[in-house]
Design a protein around this ligand. Structure first.
Ligand code: DHB
Ligand code: MG
Length: 218
């Protein structure tokens, strides 16, 4: 089989971002402020990923969404905008410092009213959420060691037909490095192996950004 992928050069990647994501002033300023935090800014989602999330969530007609790992709020804004007026995004993070930035930009983006920000470990927040208020969409992007548990909890909380998106499923290629026994890499391999074999979901892994998996609850 011929290679069905291309390796992006930085120039080609810029082309993708320029033609694949309409970042408005709020998202641009948020990205710039996040850059000032230093190396940690790598945790922010890629612009073309954000555009994809907005489009997907809007196409689904989603009203209730869940996010694990708010960071400084870029992905939350991309989700919340797609939910529209009256929609709800529950987003959680352990950092008061990062989410203080997020809160400011939620208000600037005009989505603050629809975002329920919970400070604390994502698993605790998830386990407190009831089964009888299901979610249409869930974005998993918090502590990589907990991905298998996040996956199970999100599957419980999604409606049938609901979709979860997992970020960083390739971990910069580390999933293939057999000697890498970092618990975050081990957990990522575990959730990847589980999802593809799981007949409770339809699954699609995409080589976008650091790898994203979509899993639709049957
Ligand atoms: C890291 C976490 C992320 O969610 C991400 O998208 C990139 C990097 C990290 O912990 O290094
Ligand atoms: Mg991520």
């Amino acid at each position: 089989m011929p290679d069905k992928f291309i390796t992006l050069t930085p120039e080609l990647y810029d082309y993708v971002v320029e033609h694949g994501a309409r970042q408005d002033d709020v998202l641009r300023r948020l990205a710039a402020e996040t850059e000032e935090l230093g190396d940690i800014a790598i945790m922010q989602i890629a612009p073309e990923q954000g555009a994809f999330m907005t489009l997907l969530v809007r196409a689904m007609g989603a009203r209730r969404a869940l996010e694990l790992g708010t960071f400084t709020g870029y992905s939350a804004i991309c989700i919340a905008r797609a939910l529209g007026d009256g929609g709800t995004l529950v987003t959680c993070d352990i950092s008061g410092e990062w989410t203080e930035i997020a809160r400011r930009y939620f208000d600037e983006a005009g989505v603050g009213g629809g975002i329920d920000l919970r400070l604390g470990p994502a698993l605790e927040t998830l386990r407190d959420l009831p089964d009888d208020e299901p979610f249409d969409f869930a974005f998993i992007d918090a502590d990589k060691k907990e991905y298998p548990d996040y996956y199970e909890e999100c599957l419980r909380l999604l409606r049938p037909g609901g979709v979860m998106m997992l970020d960083n499923v390739l971990r910069g290629g580390q999933v293939l490095e057999a000697h890498d026994d970092d618990p975050r890499t081990v957990a990522t391999r575990e959730v990847n192996d589980r999802a593809i074999a799981d007949d409770r979901v339809d699954v699609a892994m995409l080589g976008v950004a650091d790898g994203i998996t979509l899993a639709l609850k049957r």
